[in-house]
Design a protein around this ligand. Structure first.
Ligand code: PMP
Length: 432
C-alpha cells in the first residue's frame, strides 16, 4: 500500500480547524476510506504529496492546468506582475487585454466582466439575465453544477451529488421555487417546460458539455433545441463553460457545436491556476451591469493583476501550440482506449466519454446520458479502481461524478503507465 502517513496526520490536524479538513468538499475523501494526499508541489503532469509520493495527475486542479503545473512562462509572468504589487482595485491595461483576447476566442462574448470564481460568474450571469428580462424563474438541468450560488444548488452535480446533497440545506424555499429543473439531454421534457412557462423564464443555464455528473456529452439536437426554444420565448441562453471552455475545443463548446449562446460563463483556464472567472455576452444584456445599468455586481479583487496575467499567458501559450486541440484529444483517446481494453480484459463493463481534453469513465453497461444514468453506474467498482490507481501513483478525482483532464504536459510514458496501472485496477474492480 502507498504510504500516506504524513497526509493522515495532516488530515487529522486539518479536521480540527476546517469542516472535513478541507476548503472544498470533494478534496476530503470520507467516501473513499483513505486520507486525501496533502500536496507539497507539482510540475508538468506530476503532483507530489507530503509523504514524497509522486503521481500522474489527471485532476489538474479540477481543470485549469491545461499546460501542466508550474509552466515556466506562466510562472515567470506571475512573478513579474507580482513585483508591481498584487492588487490595486483600479483599472489596468491587462484587463482590457484579457477582455479582447477572450472576445477573439469567444466572439459571442461582446462584453465581459471578470470575477473571482465560477460561482460568482454564474450567479452574476443569472442576475443580469433576470435584470434584462424582468423575469424571476430560471431553468437548469439535473446533475449540472454551476457553483454554489443558492438558486443553483437545486439538483446539483459535483460534490453536491457525491455527498448525496443535490439540494443543499440552507437554501430557502423561496429561492428554490424559482429554479426549474429538467433532465439533461431530454429534448421533449425541456420543450414541455418551455411551452408551459417559457415566457416567465429569465434564463436557461446549461453545461453544454456536462462535467459534474461525470463527463456527459450533449445528444445531437439538444443544444439546438435550447437555442431555438430560448429564442422563441425571449429567454437568455447561458452556456456555463467554466469547465468545458478551452477543453471541448480551444474556442469552447459553443464553437465546436456551432451554437451561440446569449451569455457565457468562463473560469478555471482563464485564471491559469489563480482565482479568475468571467461572465459576458451580448452587448445589450451586459449594458444592464453597473455602472452602465441597474444590475449590481462588484468585486474588490475582480480583474486581479496576477490572475489576469496568469490567464493571458495561459491562453497565449495555448494559441501558440500548433494543433493543440487535436493533439490533446489524441492523447485523451489513447488513454481511454487503454483503460477500456483493461476493463474488457477484466470483464468489467465500462463506458468512456471524451470531449477534447476532458474525459470520464462510467462503470456501466449502458450509455450515460443524464444524471439518473450516472447514479446507476457501479460506485463500488469505481471505488476499487480509484484506490488501486492511487496506490499505483495515478491521481484521479475521488468521485464518479467528476471529470478528468489531460494536459499538454502529459507524455506518452505517462499514458502508458496509467494504462498499465488500470490493468491491475480493473482486476480489483472486477472483484468489487
Ligand atoms: N460551473 C461549472 C460548470 C463548474 O464545473 C464549476 C466548478 N467545477 C463551477 C461553475 C464553479 O466554479 P468555482 O468552483 O470556481 O466557483
Amino acid at each position: 500500500m502507498i504510504d500516506l502517513q504524513k497526509s493522515k496526520a495532516a488530515f487529522e490536524e486539518a479536521r480540527k480547524f476546517m469542516p472535513g479538513g478541507v476548503n472544498s468538499p470533494v478534496r476530503s475523501y470520507p467516501h473513499m476510506g483513505c486520507p486525501p494526499p496533502f500536496i507539497a508541489s507539482a510540475k508538468g503532469s506530476h503532483i507530489t504529496d507530503i509523504d514524497g509520493n509522486t503521481y500522474i495527475d489527471y485532476v489538474g486542479s479540477w481543470g485549469p492546468m491545461i499546460l501542466g503545473h508550474a509552466h515556466p512562462a506562466v510562472i515567470s509572468a506571475i512573478c513579474k506582475a507580482a513585483e508591481n504589487s498584487t492588487s490595486y482595485g483600479a483599472p489596468t491595461l491587462k484587463e482590457t487585454e484579457i477582455a479582447e483576447l477572450i472576445h477573439s476566442v469567444y466572439p459571442s462574448i461582446e462584453k465581459i466582466r471578470m470575477v473571482n470564481s465560477g460561482t460568482e460568474a454564474t450567479m452574476s450571469a443569472l442576475r443580469a439575465a433576470r435584470g434584462y428580462t424582468g423575469r424571476d424563474k430560471i431553468l437548469k438541468f439535473e446533475g449540472c453544477y454551476h457553483g454554489h450560488g443558492d438558486s443553483l444548488l437545486v439538483k446539483a452535480g459535483s460534490g453536491a451529488a457525491t455527498f448525496g446533497k443535490p439540494d443543499s440545506a440552507g437554501v430557502t424555499k423561496g429561492t428554490a421555487k424559482d429554479t426549474l429543473v429538467t433532465p439533461y439531454n431530454d429534448i421533449p421534457a425541456f420543450k414541455a417546460i418551455m411551452d408551459a412557462e417559457g415566457d416567465e423564464i429569465a434564463a436557461v443555464i446549461v453545461e453544454p458539455v456536462a462535467g459534474n455528473m461525470g463527463c456527459v456529452l450533449p445528444v445531437p439536437g439538444f443544444l439546438e433545441a435550447l437555442r431555438e426554444e430560448t429564442a422563441k420565448y425571449g429567454t437568455v441562453l447561458i452556456f456555463d463553460e467554466v469547465m468545458c471552455g478551452f477543453r471541448t475545443s480551444s474556442h469552447g463548446a459553443q464553437s465546436f457545436y456551432h451554437i451561440h449562446p446569449d451569455m457565457t460563463c468562463l473560469g478555471k483556464i482563464i485564471g491559469g491556476g489563480l482565482p479568475a472567472a468571467a461572465y459576458g455576452g451580448r452587448k445589450e444584456i451586459m449594458a444592464c451591469i453597473a455602472p452602465d445599468g441597474s444590475v449590481y455586481q462588484a468585486g474588490t479583487l475582480s480583474g486581479n493583476p496576477l490572475a489576469v496575467t496568469a490567464g493571458i499567458e495561459t491562453i497565449r501559450q495555448m494559441m501558440n501550440i500548433p494543433d493543440l486541440d487535436k493533439k490533446l484529444a489524441e492523447k485523451t483517446s489513447a488513454l481511454l482506449e487503454g483503460w477500456k481494453e483493461s476493463a474488457d480484459k477484466a470483464g468489467v463493463p465500462l463506458i468512456c466519454h471524451q470531449s477534447g481534453s476532458m474525459f470520464g469513465i462510467f462503470f456501466s453497461e449502458k450509455d450515460v446520458l443524464n444524471y439518473q444514468d450516472s447514479c446507476e453506474a457501479n460506485a463500488a467498482q469505481f471505488k476499487a479502481w480509484f484506490l488501486s490507481m492511487l496506490d499505483q501513483h495515478v491521481y484521479l478525482a475521488p468521485s464518479p461524478f467528476e471529470t478528468l483532464f489531460m494536459s499538454w504536459a502529459h507524455t506518452d510514458e505517462d499514458i502508458e503507465r496509467s494504462i498499465a496501472a488500470s490493468r491491475k485496477a480493473m482486476e480489483e474492480a472486477a472483484k468489487a
